[in-house]
Design a protein around this ligand. Structure first.
Ligand SMILES: NC(=O)C1=CN([C@@H]2O[C@H](COP(=O)(O)OP(=O)(O)OC[C@H]3O[C@@H](n4cnc5c(N)ncnc54)[C@H](OP(=O)(O)O)[C@@H]3O)[C@@H](O)[C@H]2O)C=CC1
Ligand SMILES: CC(=O)N[C@@H](CCC(=O)OP(=O)(O)O)C(=O)O
Length: 333
């Protein structure tokens, strides 16, 4: 018998990717998959890519999760905190949502609705000291998708003192699955196909999360909706504090990180190369014209940006090697 795990919100995009990863995980036994409006339906009716899994969605609530040693929450903001509060302390929890990521209640109030639910251990194991912190935690708030993409690119440069913390500019494009599975007019194929559109300009909710995780004090972030189902590509630029090769800093920071890959010089990250994987690809250079540091970062928002990240954290929390059941290799073309 392995470690018993359950997914709440398994009918969503992040939940579906969790089910796929857990079905191939050698040490986790999936004992429950819950849903809201889809409760009672077979998993394969919502996720045809999981045909043969043989599970039916039960209604989300503490009773449906009672047999699990560890619960993944892939629920809308606000719902995670409410459900987590009803789970016994003996159950380990990984929340894929934002409810418990921010330490500063004022930052929470500025970007989210509802009361601040308190802070859990931040689930991005590649940050200094965070692998051990996650391994010791019973409650982990996995990093957000854009936040993971940007933080992996930026944190080592600020930590090493080679990038000015007060002058960071990020433009990042995301596939539409980042917005979840709920039907919305601006996510219709006829709206998205053939289009690139900025949104939440100057006001995205991942700004405080990225600042908290990287130590950045001034961050301008522009997200862009891209006509593809999944993937995030972030271009991060920062003012250097002196002459530096950013590649050397990133190579040192991630020498022992199994999922963060600094690409060979001259090769640039692109989303398709990370799809289906738990990898984050990085490349860096110094801008010939302005001298700014440029780091480009790509990952799968449903992989290292959500479900893969959550499984990596769960592995650590249960004493398993962090790579168990996860692949750094993508699906291409
Ligand atoms: N998509 C992504 O790339 C990423 C998502 N996340 C986070 O993961 C979480 C899930 O996101 P995502 O999968 O995209 O969202 P989806 O909209 O695709 O799925 C939401 C899930 O929550 C359920 N649900 C909806 N309303 C309620 C409710 N009132 N009470 C209980 N359950 C409800 C849905 O059930 P049903 O369908 O049956 O109604 C579904 O299972 C969010 O917190 C999101 O921020 C984090 C990183 C990346
Ligand atoms: C394309 C798109 O709309 N993306 C969403 C990503 C939100 C998300 O997934 O939230 P967390 O990662 O914080 O859980 C957005 O920009 O709000």
């Amino acid at each position: 018998m392995g470690i018993r795990v359950a997914v709440a919100g398994a009918s969503g995009y992040a939940g579906g990717e969790l089910l796929r990863l857990l079905a191939g995980h050698p040490d986790f036994d999936l004992v429950a998959a819950t849903a809201h409006s889809h409760a009672g339906q077979p998993v394969s009716a919502v996720h045809p890519q999981l045909t043969g899994l043989g599970l039916t969605f039960t209604a989300t609530g503490p009773a449906a999760l009672a047999d699990a040693d560890l619960v993944f929450l892939a629920l809308p903001h606000g719902r995670s905190a409410a459900l987590a509060a009803e789970l016994p302390d003996s159950v380990k929890v990984v929340d894929l949502g934002a409810d418990h990521r921010l330490a500063d209640p004022d930052a929470w109030a500025r970007y989210y609705d509802g009361p601040h639910a308190g802070t859990w251990t931040y689930g991005l194991p590649e940050l200094p000291g965070q692998r051990a912190a996650v391994a010791a935690a019973d409650r982990v708030a996995a990093a957000g998708c854009y936040a993971a993409t940007v933080t992996l690119a930026l944190a080592p440069l600020i930590a090493a003192g080679v990038a000015a913390a007060d002058d960071v500019v990020v433009v990042a494009a995301s596939g539409t699955s980042g917005a979840g599975r709920t039907a919305k007019a601006h996510l219709l194929g006829s709206e998205v196909m053939g289009d690139l559109s900025p949104y939440k300009v100057g006001a995205h909710q991942h700004v405080p999360e990225i600042k908290q995780a990287t130590g950045a004090t001034g961050l301008s972030f522009t997200p862009v909706l891209a006509p593809m189902p999944r993937g995030i590509l972030a271009t991060v630029t920062a003012r250097p504090t002196g002459p530096v090769d950013p590649r050397e800093v990133l190579a040192a920071a991630y020498a022992d990180a199994p999922f963060v890959r600094l690409l060979p010089a001259g090769q640039w990250p692109h989303t398709a190369a990370t799809l289906g994987s738990n990898a984050c690809h990085l490349q860096a250079t110094v801008d010939l014209d302005t001298g700014r540091l440029i780091v480009v970062s790509a990952l799968d928002n449903l992989g290292k940006g959500a479900a893969g990240q959550a499984v990596q954290c769960a592995n650590l929390m249960t004493g398993l090697p962090e790579t168990t059941g996860l692949s750094p290799y993508g699906v291409a073309p």
